[in-house]
Design a protein around this ligand. Structure first.
Ligand code: ATP
Length: 290
């Protein structure tokens, strides 16, 4: 269990912002932290990691105090034993994949964990390569593996997948889910991606202007909205054609083209390139797993 009760005055470009968070996170939870840019998400992770000192408050993990301003107690990042992965990989360019992992090993510790991680993250074919020769997704797999070399109990992830394209990102999410379970981690991940949050999170937290404004399971946070009986998507108008008294709109939705019938008065208002919402009562939709 992580119990975090911290305050810190941060300096944003709009002036001072009070980060004031009182959070309990259960052992083994996968928590996704969302919220607007500048809300304080990274600062929160950095405080937990011991990289940023709160002005006041306490941080306790499994009945051990990591930080207590009143008692002048402040464990160093090394003493906190957590794994941290940022968006920018931060691998040593002059070392191979294996050497990058070995460098994170404590002196005298068994190298079994390196083999286990190389196996689990499917890095076998890449272990002799240098980071410069790897793709973004491969680099991030190495960074994830490296964060686990010291077998931390807590893993902090600051938008680790946001620089990756959607397909690689989905694969990395599977790796994350796998290591979270295999290493019995408590994982706290900053992400702006709703799909990612729903896929991975036991609990989602939203920060706004330094405070927690929402907290709950994805079903609790999105459940009501999803049960409205309607669905909608946005698309870009590609063409508007008249066929047999019908106006057919071709829309680009993601990488697909979707055709919908549109009312004549509405069709007259539209031109190619316009952004539109298509909404419908979800009366009898066809659902296929992707
Ligand atoms: N050490 C610090 N001292 C004072 N202010 C800071 C410090 N670090 C960050 N800030 C400020 O705190 C605010 C919140 O920053 P933070 O990086 O935590 O936000 P964020 O929610 O992670 O944003 P983003 O999604 O853009 O990464 C910013 O305005 C930033 O300038």
């Amino acid at each position: 269990m992580i119990e975090l009760k911290v305050r810190k005055t941060l300096l944003s470009h709009q002036g001072k912002m009070e980060l004031d968070v009182d959070l309990q996170i259960g052992k083994g939870d996968f928590v996704v932290v969302g919220g607007k840019s500048g809300a304080g998400k990274t600062s929160l992770l950095r405080m937990l990691a011991g990289l940023l000192n709160p002005d006041s408050g306490t941080i306790k993990v499994a009945d051990k105090t990591w930080f207590d301003k009143g008692q002048k107690l402040n464990l160093s990042p090394q003493q906190r034993q957590l794994g941290f992965v940022f968006q920018d990989f931060a691998l040593f360019p002059n070392m191979t994949v294996r050497q990058n992992l070995e460098y994170a090993l404590k002196k005298g510790a068994s190298t079994n964990i390196i083999d286990e991680l190389i196996d689990m993250m499917e890095l076998g074919e890449l272990e002799s390569r240098k980071p410069d020769t790897l793709s973004g997704g491969q680099k991030q797999r190495v960074a994830l593996a490296r964060s686990l070399v010291q077998k931390p109990k807590i893993l902090l992830l600051d938008e680790p997948l946001s620089a990756l394209d959607p397909e690689i990102r989905a694969k990395l999410q599977d790796y994350l889910s796998k290591i979270h379970k295999a290493f019995e981690l408590t994982t706290i991940m900053v992400s702006h991606d709703i799909t990612e949050a729903i896929k991975l999170a036991d609990r989602m937290i939203e920060l706004d202007n330094g405070s927690v404004t929402k907290s709950g399971t994805p079903a609790q946070l999105f459940g009501d909205a999803k049960l409205s009986g309607k669905f909608q998507f946005t698309g870009i108008v590609l063409t508007i054609e008249s066929q047999d008294f019908l106006n057919i709109l071709s829309l680009v939705v993601g990488k697909e083209v979707v055709r919908v019938v549109v009312d004549e008065s509405e069709a007259k208002k539209l031109s190619p390139g316009d952004k539109v919402i298509v909404a419908s009562k979800a009366f009898n939709p066809i659902i296929k797993k992707l």
